[in-house]
Design a protein around this ligand. Structure first.
Ligand code: FE
Ligand code: FE
Ligand code: ZN
Length: 273
């Protein structure tokens, strides 16, 4: 299996790989730039090559890079929308230093414009950013539907994907906390939720999993992550996710409230499943 957590890119690419190994991981996530800011660090191609070599030697799974939180491609304000679209396009180009991995992003918040209006705006931004030569798969994250957040259900994600031109470069990242907070019963009926995903989006688009427990009950639309086994989803249900035949070969990324020691423990526990 492929399991890991979010690591800080500030120490460099090779160091993230080394850190992952120390934690017992064989994949990881990282923010492509300051999650709350905009500046992107200059990429050192040699450092990236060292990471690629380390990943090959240690049989890493695909990495799941994460877009900054400040990005909102369907923002109401034109300047935020434009900045977000440029950031997305720039990140897609920069991801080519690490060919063939994943780049996950939040579809955005429509802030009063309505979901109907936001869907084509998000698809436009994706179409602007994606180029035929890109080897990265862009992942839309399933969102809990806090406020005017887009991607609150499988139908919204499908509607966005329908308007994307280079469809083979788009997938979905299944966040267990978000899906649960969004109302899907992965505890009582994981099979049913995955069937719904398959009917609406298609399971071939499910490329990665954000493995999180939730502090809140189902359908709360809250988005407060909890440590594995200490939340409302619970260890048994998350174990079923990890072991499910259609999910088992995906990269699992922990976004749980832990320090390094906590992550090492969680990773070891999940591997033992
Ligand atoms: Fe996310
Ligand atoms: Fe997530
Ligand atoms: Zn979240």
């Amino acid at each position: 299996m492929y399991i890991g957590n979010h690591l800080s890119p500030l120490k460099g690419f090779e160091n993230m790989g080394k850190e992952a190994l120390q934690l017992g991981a064989n994949t990881f996530a990282f923010f492509t730039r300051n999650p709350r800011g905009s500046a992107a660090k200059e990429i050192d191609p040699e450092d990236v090559l060292k990471l690629r070599k380390l990943m090959e030697e240690h049989h890493f799974g695909k990495l799941v890079a994460h877009a900054p939180y400040t990005m909102n491609v369907c923002a109401q304000k034109e300047n935020i929308r434009k900045f977000s679209r440029e950031t997305l396009a720039d990140d897609m180009n920069r991801m080519e230093y690490l060919p063939g991995n994943y780049y996950n992003f939040h579809p955005g918040s429509h802030v009063g414009q309505g979901a109907e209006a936001a869907i084509p705006i998000i698809a436009d931004a994706i179409n602007y950013a994606l180029k035929p030569e890109h080897t990265t798969t862009l992942l839309l994250e399933t969102m809990p539907g806090k406020g005017s957040e887009m991607g609150r259900n499988f139908e919204e994600l499908r509607a966005i994907i329908d308007l994307v031109e280079l469809k083979d470069k788009v997938g979905v990242c299944f966040d267990t906390c978000h899906v649960w907070d969004g109302g899907y019963d992965i505890v009582g009926d994981l099979e049913g939720v995955l069937r719904q995903f398959d009917d609406i989006i298609g399971l071939d688009r499910l490329k990665a999993v954000h493995l999180n427990d939730s502090m809140n009950v189902r359908d709360s639309h809250k988005d407060r992550h909890q440590k594995i086994g200490e939340g409302e989803i619970g260890a048994e249900a998350l174990k079923a996710v990890v072991k499910h035949p259609v999910l088992a070969d995906k990269p699992f990324i922990l976004e749980t409230p832990n320090d390094d020691e906590g992550y090492a423990k969680e990773i070891a526990m999940i591997k033992s499943w």
